[in-house]
Design a protein around this ligand. Structure first.
Ligand SMILES: Cc1ncc(COP(=O)(O)O)c(C=O)c1O
Length: 449
């Protein structure tokens, strides 16, 4: 935030429009890390003062994470890990699934909420609407068709591609009525909307959720899986070793209770502390206030992006519905490859965005209208090192640091790119990366080890 970055022929203040990928560290989070580091020591095992303090802070972080989503420590457990992806893989391992069991996902999932389920059960996808939204009618049809076999519904609380936010508590009620549980991937929700996991007696409760610290202003390597304590009170953890057991003999193992059984090895105390400080800060600002500020930015951006010649928006394009979706906007510019748009924004305007399929290839290919044959062509191209032909979108996503000035500068830049006044770029076919002819990075000037 506030950094000047190199652009072709000089420097410019950096504009981060890639908050859906990772958010910068909040100053208060950075300060907390510096303040805590002199006290950092091993947790759960040491008797020294620093170990006891670190254990206290780690468990405080767990309580804060539980409170952040309204979890009840009697019913729920907070399991710290690296990130959302790790959390979903853990859940996929720990749920007692069989190959013939059905996991329903949406057609708009991130690969992290798709691939782990493929390894464990039969995945069926509900259709997405033309605008990339979840199709409730199709969901109800799937529940009926697979009645008795659906064990889990796994959907994102907010899409990392279109910002679509399904009515997760409606899906939860339907899943529970069908005898299934629900997992909600909250990677894109946690820093932008309040999350209510709900009591188990409430029909609309969420059984499990996952989130990542690096998407909530605490990029220090911690995420969390929060969910039903009973699920983790039985069975064998996927990783075993130090910290996971109650007692071990040469021949026997008795596992500890969750969360200890689920956090093998020395945990990331600093990361958990940082994520908890970020959660406190977000709650202090107020997630409703954050949501309404981001909705205003989204509405403003949708209005102004629509004025760029040749720019096509994807997802819900109506600024009046900005409050019902997350602040993530995908688009393309006619005649300009998505990778070139993103490169020109970075190299000439100092604007950081992302382009491509955002780890959601099936969804993006659906949004782009690629049929099965088209998808196979894409697969062939990528496997044969022709990534420059890979389809994709450009994505902007807002966070706490963005203002309407950022959007004004983006729109100015996109209008110039659409007119073709950008520099000359070359593309590397193997990676699909565009860069201005002859341009070199000067990383050493900024940071180096
Ligand atoms: C919706 C969604 N789910 C899961 C993930 C994976 O998150 P992580 O990389 O922190 O594991 C992401 C990351 O972009 C995401 O946007």
């Amino acid at each position: 935030m506030g950094a000047w970055v190199p652009v072709y022929g000089g420097t410019r203040p950096y504009i981060n429009l890639d908050n859906a990928a990772s958010t910068p560290a909040l100053q208060v989070v950075e300060d907390a890390v510096h303040e805590f580091l002199p006290w950092y020591s091993s947790v759960h095992r040491g008797n020294g003062f620093k170990s006891r303090l670190s254990t206290h802070v780690y468990e405080q972080a767990r309580a804060i994470a539980a409170g952040f989503v309204g979890a009840d420590p009697q019913e729920h457990v907070v399991i710290f890990g690296k990130n959302t992806t790790e959390a979903i893989n853990k859940l996929a391992y720990r749920l007692p699934l069989k190959r013939t069991d059905i996991v329903i996902i949406s057609g708009g999932e991130h690969h992290s909420n798709d691939l782990p389920w493929r390894n464990r059960a039969t995945v069926v996808r509900m259709d997405v609407t033309a605008r990339g939204g979840t199709n409730k009618a199709d969901f109800e049809r799937l529940l009926e068709r697979y009645a008795g076999r659906v064990k889990l519904v796994a959907i994102s609380g907010a899409s990392n591609v279109t910002g679509h936010m399904p009515d997760i508590h409606w899906f939860a009620r339907k899943a529970h009525q069908a005898g299934a549980q629900i997992f909600v991937d909250c990677a894109q929700l946690a820093a932008h909307r309040p999350i209510h996991i709900g009591k188990l007696t409430d029909d609309g409760h969420l059984d499990y959720i996952a989130l990542s610290g690096h998407k909530m202003y605490a990029p220090f390597g911690t995420g969390a899986l929060i969910g039903r304590r009973d699920t983790f009170s039985h069975g064998t953890p996927e990783y075993s070793g130090g910290g996971t057991i109650s007692v071990v003999t040469d021949k026997t193992v008795d596992w500890a209770m969750p969360p200890e059984s689920e956090e093998a090895g020395s945990p990331n105390v600093v990361g958990a502390m940082a994520m908890a400080r970020a959660m406190q800060t977000l709650q202090g600002i107020g997630l409703e206030a954050i949501a309404s500020r981001e909705a205003a930015l989204t509405a403003y951006a949708l209005q102004w992006l629509a004025t760029v010649p040749g720019l096509q928006l994807y997802g819900d394009t109506n600024p009046e519905r900005a409050a019902t979706r997350a602040a993530v906007i995908p688009f393309t510019i006619a005649g300009v490859p998505h990778g070139l748009v993103a490169a020109a924004l970075a190299w000439e305007w100092g604007i950081g965005v992302r382009s491509g399929c955002f780890c959601a290839q099936p969804y993006v290919m659906r949004l782009l209208g690629l049929n099965r044959a088209g998808q196979q062509r894409v697969r062939y191209d990528i496997l044969h090192r022709h990534r420059e032909r890979a389809p994709g979108l450009v994505r902007i996503s807002f966070g706490l640091c963005n203002t309407t000035d950022d959007i004004d500068r983006l729109v100015e830049a996109l209008a110039a790119i659409a007119e073709g006044t950008h520099r000359e770029y070359t593309v590397d076919a193997a990676t699909g990366e565009y860069r201005p002819k002859g341009a070199k990075d000067n990383f050493e000037h900024y940071f180096s080890l």
